[in-house]
Design a binder for this molecule. Structure first.
Ligand code: CMP
Length: 138
């Protein structure tokens, strides 16, 4: 069944000039773009978005990174969108990501790993609502 996931191209992906490459990889892999924007997270936004990680030692580094420049947020639709998109982006650590995955191609480190993908259908809905108003979804 067609369902959706939430993607972010993280600040490193944008700084390194990979917006076009990543969107091409996403659409050529069968995902339809249902919503899309260039935006920048505030500190409060990033702390809220990553609240599940707030006890982790890397939390401060993570929110500083995610707020240092613009991101691209998108809602993507495909059969099995959450699991297929996580397969397309590859392991969190690009050194462990499979050949051809977005993180293998475009990420530089565990922290600066180019893209985010929702980890469940429930979180995909929560994250989509965080980024997009109803009138921004198609
Ligand atoms: P993501 O899985 O998209 O969301 C949580 C993020 O936390 C993860 O990507 C990484 O960017 C970051 N992260 C996870 N583990 C570490 C770590 N050990 N050191 C730094 N950042 C991390």
């Amino acid at each position: 069944m067609a369902n959706t996931t939430l993607m972010m191209i993280k600040p490193d992906g944008i700084e390194n000039g990979h917006i076009g490459n990543i969107l091409e990889k996403v659409t050529s892999s069968g995902f339809k773009i249902k919503a899309l924007k260039l935006t920048q997270l505030t500190l409060a936004d990033a702390e809220h978005f990553y609240a599940v990680h707030n006890e982790r030692p890397f939390f401060g580094e993570l929110v500083a990174f995610m707020t240092r420049g613009p991101i691209v947020a998108a809602i993507l639709e495909k059969d099995n969108a959450v699991s297929d998109f996580r397969a397309l982006i590859g392991a969190t650590n690009p050194a462990e990501a499979a050949e051809g995955t977005i993180r293998k191609l475009y990420a530089t480190s565990m922290g600066e790993n180019a893209v985010h993908g929702s980890d469940s259908d429930e979180n995909a809905a929560i994250e989509a609502a965080f980024h997009f108003a109803t009138r921004e979804r198609f």
